[in-house]
Design a protein around this ligand. Structure first.
Ligand code: ADP
Length: 596
């Protein structure tokens, strides 16, 4: 049966190999074994159930939380020549009846539904009369309160096992934590499910973190590197979104906004313009993103620090879903930490403690100097394969470390000791730069031997070094006021047995990453631009987003291989039979013209 699945993969999607774990996930589906598949965004979860559904007897029912998600997937499947449909509240009676006809005529391979719909007016009884291949539950973390999108109606899906004891249920999510996985198995009442958990590393994402000094200039740097490409800019507050939108417009960048304070139809209009490639930049709060499957987002910028690493991983993960390189930049400042902390002030004590712990984790990520891929993976209990990811500011040498790291580190640590480990980072930095602050004079700390020993540096630089030392485990912050303590590792630095890594105060630009170079290897970029234009025209004519015609990866492969016959065109990665027939002649003509 897997032979048939592989054939379908080539015929309908134009792919000749599996992404990691896809084959094992598909084996579970064809074998009718319940499974939980945890793959990161862009890991290719949908194909895990779509490809087997095409080859199996009967119709698969896919449960999905959002109409926009269902619509996206059904449109993309239809475009590949797979018979799929959805039933949702936005359809007219006529459209809905047409879908029922297709179901009754056994003409449908995949049916997309919301959980509410399944349990509405006799639908279960209707489904019992249909031959079903399996149930696929997309975004399965919605069953769990530990996840970030809890939906009570998802918990009712447990009833499916009673109603259809012989039909397998497969659950898919990108949320990796253990409690969420346990909840999925429990609430969906899965029978001895196979758990397949992929690596959460996204090697095609290039992570960069910068202290925010001049937001607009730093941001425009990124935008200028990605002219003509899609990108998302996240802000912490709604007001920041509106302000930034206006400022970018003044500078000639065309961007639209998205936040919860806007009217529904304006928000939708802006979202559609972004998804359909009519506008390149969207500026948003975190209200934007769930259900956005746009594969060709080439960069995600955070203009402020998110409140947890989970949020950062999810939001930055919206870049590069098509597997091609994409850039994720985070601009942070100590002030962001303050904003979040004051928002958390109103929480009840237990929840507050967890939130502050998570806030400290992301702040440590920002100020830290460990490989960004490794830091994120470690947070989720995984690790990177090699030592140098070649896809983050740390490993690319974009971070300039100081030659005098050891001496500077010792100066800071010994100041903490002289202050009898009774003060926080801000106060300590003030003493080190020799500030005449009232409190310092009142405490008589201007007489300490470490007073002013880093006077040649700005306070913010020294403050950063303190955070870097904390991130490397040389300093521990304790109590409500984050009082600094020197750890055992800190003492080895003081004794000269260990050397910390401290960043040079001056900024320097990272070099171009390997990921960027590789995916453009051999691509004729002039031809690529022509093909992009053709794709845009065809998409406009059909009224679909550009990526529904072909993804960027397929377009680059065309501009690399320059096929001249239909057979050669079919060899292009991402070209299946239906699209070859529909679009092949137009693309071949442009390639031929260009080669001439
Ligand atoms: P997820 O739902 O896990 O975020 P998607 O199903 O949207 O991921 O897939 C991400 C991208 O990878 C899509 O553009 C999809 O077409 C592509 N993809 C999926 N499977 C393969 C494969 N076997 N070979 C090449 N590309 C694939």
């Amino acid at each position: 049966m897997m032979q048939n699945v592989k054939k379908a993969l080539g015929k309908y999607w134009g792919y000749d190999s599996f992404l990691p774990l896809q084959d094992r996930a598909m084996e579970c589906v064809v074998a009718g074994r319940d499974c939980i598949v945890v793959l990161p965004t862009g890991g290719g979860k949908s194909l895990c159930f779509q490809a087997p559904a095409v080859t199996m007897r009967g119709m698969a029912v896919v449960v999905s939380p959002l109409i926009s998600l269902m619509k996206d997937q059904v449109d993309a499947l239809t475009e590949c020549g797979v018979s799929a449909a959805r039933i949702d509240s936005t359809q007219t009676l006529r459209e809905r009846n047409a879908v029922f006809d297709r179901i009754n005529n056994k003409a449908l391979k995949l049916l997309y539904l919301s959980p509410e719909r399944i349990f509405a007016d006799g639908f279960i009884e209707f489904l019992k009369r249909i031959e079903l291949s399996f149930f696929a539950v997309d975004e399965a973390h919605c069953v769990s309160m530990w996840g970030h999108d809890f939906r009570p109606e998802y918990q009712k899906l447990g009833l499916l096992k009673d109603a259809f004891p012989d039909v397998a249920i497969h659950a898919y999510t990108a949320t990796a934590t253990e409690p969420v996985r346990q909840d999925i198995a429990r609430y969906l009442r899965l029978k001895n499910p196979e758990e397949l958990i992929g690596s959460f590393d996204r090697p095609n994402l290039v992570y960069k973190v910068e202290r925010r000094t001049d937001k607009l200039t730093q941001l425009c740097d990124v935008l200028d590197r990605h002219k003509g490409e899609s990108g998302i800019i996240y802000c912490i507050r709604r007001a920041d979104v509106d302000e930034l939108c206006a400022k970018l417009a003044e500078r000639g960048y065309q961007a639209v906004s998205y936040h919860a304070g806007m009217k529904d139809h304006n928000r939708k209009e802006n979202q559609d313009a972004f998804i359909e490639d009519r506008v390149e930049i969207i500026i948003a709060t975190i209200a934007f993103g769930m259900g956005i499957d746009k594969p060709n987002v080439r960069y995600v910028v955070h203009t402020g620090m998110p409140k947890t690493i989970e949020h950062y991983q999810q939001e930055s993960g919206r870049a590069g879903r098509d597997g091609l390189e994409a850039e994720c930049c985070l601009f942070y400042s100590g002030a962001d930490y303050g904003i979040w902390k004051s928002i958390m002030g109103a929480m009840e004590p237990d929840a507050k403690e967890i939130s502050i712990r998570k806030l400290n984790d992301i702040y440590r990520y920002c100020t830290g100097v460990m490989c960004r891929h490794r830091a994120i993976l470690n947070y989720f209990g995984q690790d990177t394969a090699g030592d140098n990811c070649a896809a983050c500011d740390v490993c690319l040498g974009g971070l300039d470390c100081m030659e005098e790291s050891q001496v500077v580190g010792q100066k800071i640590l010994s100041c903490i000791v002289r202050l009898e480990e009774r003060f926080g980072g801000d106060y300590t930095a003030s003493v080190l730069i020799g500030s005449r602050d009232q409190r310092i004079l009142e405490n008589g700390h201007e007489t300490l031997s470490t007073y002013g020993i880093l006077a040649e540096f700005a306070k913010r630089v020294v403050r950063d070094w303190i955070e870097q030392l904390a991130a490397q485990g040389c300093i521990q912050k304790t109590g409500e006021y984050n009082v600094l303590r020197v750890t055992q590792k800190g003492w080895s630095v003081l004794k000269g047995e260990d050397v910390p890594r401290l960043l040079k105060p001056a900024k320097s630009r990272p070099k171009i990453s390997k990921a960027v170079k590789d995916s453009w290897e051999g691509v004729d970029s002039g031809l690529f631009d022509l093909l992009r234009k053709l794709r845009m025209d065809l998409a406009h004519r059909k009224g679909v987003p550009a990526y529904i015609v072909f993804g960027d990866a397929a377009l680059r492969d065309m501009a690399r291989r320059k096929p001249s016959t239909t057979e050669e065109f079919l060899e292009v990665n991402g070209v299946g039979e239906k699209k070859c027939k529909e679009f092949g002649p137009a693309f071949l003509a442009v390639i031929k013209e260009h080669s001439r």
